[in-house]
Design a protein around this ligand. Structure first.
Ligand code: GTP
Ligand code: SPV
Ligand code: MN
Length: 588
């Protein structure tokens, strides 16, 4: 490809390797990563074909302040994105890219987001000097000769340029985790559909098929082509009567998507199956319903907190063929993280590579430590998860971490009211991105860090999508909050498997059998309509979970108005009407 040759001239790698995605290539790269000290092979009996990597301490999460949307005008990027002029950014980044791969191999990674051959899939080609990124992408995306043949047949692709930004000279020795924290750029050019990333080797900064392509670039393509790219899990839920519904849920980073997608219901005879845990692409089918596919092939999930009690299915996906990043290591060559077992095993090595003891202060796994696992290994994976047509959605759920605002579950009155709910979603920040943890911020539709264009226009796109079909065919929209806290700081709702009780109410609302009460926020479960059988929850907690606190909401309204004003003329008028209506209802 001429494009590869042009970049080769700029990046100046010592070698170039076109990735086939084969097993032998994967094994070869893993051995190479072992030799360079990036990977430690885990105990072959406990965790076959699996590896652990410890990153540079300054390269541990997405860097939102160094993530750029370089559209022609700043207005196009909107107030929530870091905008850069594309011409300026290109020349600035080219200076960094020049010679950046010296002493390294440039891997050419053709990958497919979505099932191969699906009309909804998108192809990308990533150039990278990180073999760690190649092996992770091989789990997270579909890499293979069939992608190469599609490209040879003239299929379009999103060019993704990635360098860790640490060229090697004859005298410099390589380090286990090369990166360039002083000069990081995660840049998107939505108009030309290109991604340029420099300086980081971690997660969404470096696995460019994920947040960069499947959300930021895809959201811009989706707006132009009339579909939606969303930060959503997809699950299938089957009722005891045998009826199956598909549900997608958008929660911000670190707010429970993987856990919900793999939920084992405590409600007897209800079954949940997993189709995706992070990203969903939605479009209308010929039947007028909204259909979803998961563009990914694996899970890049948060390790800490994952335990047999809270997410058995995630653990069962990690039996082998996995990569762990920034977890703690046990003396017998396995992995450990907070809550995996009740107490830490002896002689742990912490994610910084040092021996760890309970007196060490910080926990042994980084709070954003992650596992990379093939989706097909998940015991709850739905047989239809790779269906090229996707699955039709019955419900869409929004949710965030709000200690004080937002009931356990609310059903929207209409699609437009549901879009309003999505637009006012706010949540406490988590360790998934660098910066302070626990800061409340508006994160509309859980897409704020991942939208490739003006978020006000994105809200308009949601409203417009709802006009394209019969209202009765649209998924019902809900809003949940698993994270309400009592005055004493504890969570009021047990969460995890117990969320199946809320899922049941959601399914019954879709089917028209749930009892509800109308409130200013929307429909809440009527007393007695949430199945709480066998759940010892104090009546006062339940009351608080289902209460609309008008004084708290009065304060929230002010914040919502400020949030809306930041979008100026791009904020759809229809949504302003919803704010006025909420205010009137709260006063009424
Ligand atoms: P990203 O991969 O960053 O997009 O995160 P995610 O949305 O997939 O979040 P994940 O399921 O990994 O959950 C993040 C953390 O939230 C977990 O470590 C859990 O501790 C916590 N969590 C998830 N579900 C619940 C719940 O129902 N209740 C409570 N209290 N905590 C939860
Ligand atoms: C998120 O932050 O929402 C993630 C992790 O899913 S990353 O792939 O790093 O973006
Ligand atoms: Mn995510």
């Amino acid at each position: 490809m001429r494009w590869v040759q042009a970049w080769r001239a700029v990046l100046a790698p010592d070698d170039v390797h076109l990735c086939s995605g084969s097993d032998s290539e994967y094994e070869h790269l893993c051995r190479r990563l072992e030799a360079s000290g990036t990977f430690r092979r885990l105990n072959r009996e406990l965790r076959p074909n699996s590896f652990a990597a410890l990153s540079h301490p300054a390269d541990v999460a997405r860097v939102e302040n160094r993530t750029f949307i370089a559209s022609r005008s700043q207005h196009e990027a909107g107030p929530t994105n870091n905008w850069r002029d594309p011409t300026e950014l290109r020349s600035e980044m080219l200076e960094h890219f020049r010679g950046a791969m010296r002493g390294r191999c440039m891997y050419v990674v053709p990958f497919c987001m979505g099932p191969i051959g699906s009309p909804f899939s998108q192809i990308g080609v990533q150039l990278t000097d990180s073999p760690y990124v190649v092996v992770n992408s091989r789990i997270m995306t579909r890499i293979g000769d069939n992608v190469i043949s599609e490209l040879e047949g003239g299929h379009s692709f999103v060019p993704c340029i990635h360098s860790v930004g640490a060229p090697l000279t004859a005298s410099s020795e390589d380090v286990p985790w090369p990166c360039n924290p002083e000069n990081r750029y995660i840049a998107h050019f939505p108009e030309t559909r290109e991604i340029w990333a420099f300086g980081s080797g971690y997660g969404g900064n470096a696995l460019l098929g994920k947040k960069c392509l499947a959300l930021r670039i895809a959201s811009a393509i989706a707006r132009d082509e009339g579909w939606m790219a969303e930060h959503m899990l997809i699950l299938g839920v089957t009722s005891p009567a045998g009826r199956k519904h598909y549900v997608a849920a958008a929660f911000p980073s670190g707010c429970g998507k993987t856990n919900m997608a793999m939920m084992i219901p405590t409600l007897r005879d209800w079954k949940v199956e997993t189709l995706g845990d992070d990203i969903a692409w939605l479009r209308f089918g010929e039947d007028g319903r909204l259909w979803a596919i998961n563009p990914e092939n694996g899970f890049f999930g948060i390790a800490p907190g994952t335990s047999p009690k809270t997410n058995y299915n995630a653990l069962a996906s990690l039996g082998g063929n996995c990569i762990f990043t920034n977890v703690a290591l046990t003396e017998d060559g396995d992995v450990w993280w907070q809550d995996l077992t009740d107490s830490p095993p002896p002689n742990l090595t912490s994610w910084d590579g040092e021996p760890w003891t309970p007196e060490s202060g910080d926990p042994p796994a980084h709070p954003n430590a992650r596992f990379t696992a093939p989706a097909a290994q998940c015991p709850s994976i739905a047989p239809e998860w790779e269906d090229p047509q996707g699955v039709p959605l019955s419900a869409i759920i929004f949710g965030g971490r709000r200690g004080s605002v937002g009931p356990l579950v609310t059903a929207a009155r209409s699609w437009a009211h549901g879009v309003f709910m999505g637009s006012i979603l706010s949540s406490e920040t988590t360790a998934a991105a660098t910066g302070k943890v626990g800061q409340v911020r508006f994160d509309p539709f859980a897409i704020r860090p991942f939208c490739g264009y003006n978020l006000g226009d994105y809200m308009g796109h949601w409203l417009e999508m709802g006009e394209r079909t019969d209202q009765g065919l649209l998924p019902r929209i809900f809003w949940v909050n698993w994270f309400r806290r009592g005055d004493d700081g504890r969570f009021l709702w047990p969460g995890f498997s117990e969320n199946s009780r809320v899922l049941r109410w959601i399914v019954e609302t879709v089917e028209g059998t749930a009892k509800s009460v109308e409130t200013p926020l929307g429909f809440l479960p009527a007393p007695g309509s949430l199945d709480l059988s066998g759940l010892p929850i104090p009546a006062a907690d339940l009351e608080e979970l289902l209460r609309v606190n008008t004084s708290v909401w009065g304060e929230e309204l002010k914040l919502i108005r400020n949030h809306y004003e930041s979008f100026e003329d791009r904020l759809p008028k229809r949504l302003w009407e919803e704010v006025d209506r909420l205010e009137a209802l709260l006063q009424g």
